[in-house]
Design a protein around this ligand. Structure first.
Ligand code: PGA
Length: 260
């Protein structure tokens, strides 16, 4: 994995937004997989700024969702569909038709999961998948001990993740117990996987994912199997990496035009 240590969240957002912009310059119809949560917001802000500044044209871009709560009513402001529309699709000036996601309100959730997994493949596959990381090492909503070969499916959230996400709701009781998530096997099919981690609360998860053994206990460690995975961590999130200096030196020696 390539590990890039950046001074702060804004620098991480800028770096990843530039990777997305570079992708869209060479492939205007690229399918970008986006994540929700607090961490990726600087990426979306930086990409929107590039669009406004005329640095990149995104009108052909397609956006797809990583995961979704099950059971929130359609249009709920915290459904991940609503969040991605608000934070990504609208600021980029894209039409809702450019956006695909799983149906968290479906009557037959397993069928909706399989349909979404198929739809990603039929759309040509994800070109760049942005990920956050949970304090428990999850990617998407693949909680610890998820199958490393898993496909899009329904999962039950751990209490830790429900607590972590309670800040988006009036109380923890409103956080759904069930979610749909792209599986780890699904995520690994993206051509480029970029994980952004910021803040000290992610330091243990980042160290385990990057330097620990490949283990279902730390789902993000599955990215060790990906031929093009980039971990972008701010100083706080990178603070428990044993090889931090090595990663800094390696990235500093890389020609700037190569990006991530
Ligand atoms: P966060 O969530 O960015 O809000 O910390 C990350 C995740 O759970 O994947």
């Amino acid at each position: 994995m390539e590990v890039v240590i950046v001074p702060d969240a804004a620098a991480g957002g800028e770096l990843i937004a530039e990777a997305m912009a570079a992708l869209l310059r060479r492939k205007p119809e690229a399918l970008l997989g986006v994540a929700t949560g607090s961490t990726p917001l600087p990426v979306y802000r930086a990409l929107s700024a590039k669009v406004r500044a005329g640095e990149v044209e995104v009108s052909g871009a397609r956006i797809c969702q990583l995961d979704e709560y099950v059971g929130l009513p359609a249009g709920h402001p915290e459904s991940y569909r609503s969040v991605v529309l608000r934070e990504v699709v609208e600021p980029l000036g894209l039409a809702e038709s450019a956006f695909m996601g799983p149906d968290g309100a479906a009557e037959d959730v397993p069928a909706a999961c399989a349909a979404y997994d198929r739809a990603l493949t039929e759309a040509g596959g994800v070109d760049l998948q942005l990920l956050g990381i949970g304090t428990d090492g999850h990617i998407g909503f693949n909680e610890p001990c998820s199958s490393l070969a898993s496909r899009t499916r329904i999962k039950t959230l751990t209490e830790q993740t429900r607590k972590d996400n309670a800040r988006f709701f009036d109380s923890i009781d409103q956080v759904p117990h069930h979610v749909i998530t792209q599986g780890i096997g699904t995520i690994l099919e993206a051509r480029h996987v970029v994980l952004l981690a910021t803040g000290e609360s992610k330091a243990d998860a980042v160290a385990l994912a990057v330097e620990g053994p490949l283990s279902a206990l730390v789902p993000a460690s599955a990215l060790q199997l990906h031929p093009h995975a980039t971990i972008v961590a701010d100083e706080a999130a990178a603070s428990r990496l044993k090889l931090g200096d090595y990663f800094r030196a390696t990235y500093a020696a890389k020609p700037a035009w190569q990006g991530i």
